[in-house]
Design a binder for this molecule. Structure first.
Ligand code: TYD
Length: 396
């Protein structure tokens, strides 16, 4: 049974950045009610009423995984590890974005699946790309007349697809006998631990745990046999899944993780009610801090026009009363306005200058990279604000 535990209010689509022209036509913007539920039967946490994916993954999709050095390096390392471990001959990625992962494999051995046409266009110049949503129809189209795949990789995508049943059935169909499915997504334990409620936005239909993935795989001819904890996106889990009868055996670290998650109450609704109370507190504290800084006439901006920030800005009602603008390195976000609250976005070169007193870490998942990069800002007395895991001004 699904139990609702968190209400994040009316939200726009997290990536629906507005061009300056449409900024004035507020009525055009789409809003939905963002609430989050826990399924007491299979321990799956999900958005209560997901948005239609066709509205989200369009030919204007802004996120480019290659933009971040941290992610480029992370994908390169993951590709090497998977190559060494499983020696796959044919690799398919579901949600290949701009090819940041697949480019680490020989061109002829990869298949890319990417429904955002602008991104698919980028990779189709380099390797076989299917510009469609992942579903049964596509799985049949790809694998009806060809050998099944040895490795399916999907980072930050499976959690975005509302129809989990069809997703797993299509994967089951496409995997070879000893083929491996690798899923990487933000982990529920990290979200709860770091109070990062902004991991909930329209695209994150699910926030997975080992407990939930284990229960889901069970329903198909699949089994979860191994798991890794990774730092990406503020704490993620990498799930290793195969056919039930494959040669792979359940690892010790998987058993340990299941135990840790149970000890952390990820199978208990009370954990989620407590989390919801902490989220409400976080909102109050952030607003209180911003108000007090504005009283002192401080200039505050936001660093990184992340999708996560859409949740924070709209839930906490943060607009130009508090933040002058947002800086972001992504070219096609610059010159636009944030969804819902319409804060202007500019390049760091333009906006991250000596007039800034405080910068809210919208991209808190890149805290290390950003603090390193902005050492001179900190040295001259500039400060970063974060809400993860608690609302505070970072000393250094
Ligand atoms: P991302 O990590 O994908 O978060 P989300 O999924 O919530 O959007 O986005 C990070 C954003 O932050 C991206 O738009 C690039 C931007 N960014 C900067 O502007 N400067 C930086 O130094 C880094 C690391 C990221």
């Amino acid at each position: 049974m699904k139990k609702k535990f968190l209400n994040l209010g009316k939200q726009p689509l997290a990536n629906s950045f507005l061009s300056s022209k449409s900024k004035s036509s507020k009525q055009k913007e789409f809003f939905y009610n963002l609430s989050v539920s826990f399924d007491t039967k299979n321990y799956l946490v999900s958005i209560t009423n997901p948005v239609n994916p066709k509205m989200q993954y369009t030919d204007k999709y802004a996120h480019r995984a290659s933009e971040s050095k941290t992610m480029r390096n992370a994908f390169k390392k993951t590709a090497k590890n998977l190559r060494d471990k499983y020696s796959p001959k044919l690799i398919m990625e579901i949600g290949s974005n701009d090819g940041v992962f697949l480019k680490n494999f020989p061109k002829k051995s990869v298949i890319a699946v990417e429904p955002c046409k602008n991104l698919a266009k980028l990779t189709s110049k380099k390797f076989k790309t299917y510009p469609y949503f992942w579903d049964k129809k596509l799985a049949k189209k790809i694998f009806n007349n060809q050998k099944k795949t040895d490795l399916i990789f999907s980072a930050n995508t499976i959690s975005h697809i509302p129809n989990i049943k069809e997703t797993f059935q299509s994967i089951e169909y496409s995997l070879s006998e000893n083929g491996v499915l690798i899923i990487e997504d933000p982990s529920l334990r990290s979200v709860i631990k770091s109070n990062s409620y902004d991991q909930f936005y329209d695209e994150h239909v699910y926030v997975f745990s080992a407990l939930a993935i284990n229960n889901i795989a069970e329903k198909y001819d699949l089994k979860l046999f191994d798991i890794e904890e990774v730092e990406n996106h503020g704490g993620s889990l990498r799930y290793h899944i195969s056919k039930k009868k494959s040669k792979y055996r359940e690892s010790i670290r998987l058993k340990k993780m299941i135990k840790i998650e149970k000890n952390n109450g990820l199978n208990n609704i009370k954990t989620f009610y407590n989390f919801a109370n902490r989220v409400k507190k976080s909102k109050k504290e952030l607003i209180k801090m911003l108000k007090s800084l504005k009283k002192k006439n401080k200039k505050i901006i936001s660093y990184g026009a992340t999708y996560k920030s859409t949740t924070v800005f709209n839930y906490c009602n943060i607009d130009n009363k508090y933040f002058d603008y947002v800086t972001d390195t992504t070219l096609n976000k610059q010159g636009k306005y944030t969804p819902g609250k319409h804060l202007p976005i500019m390049s760091p070169e333009e906006g991250f200058n000596s007039s800034v007193d405080y910068a809210f870490l919208g991209a808190w998942n890149f805290k290390k990279e950003i603090l390193n990069k902005e050492a001179s800002y900190i040295k001259r007395g500039g400060r970063f604000i974060t809400h993860v895991p608690t609302v505070k001004i970072l000393k250094k």
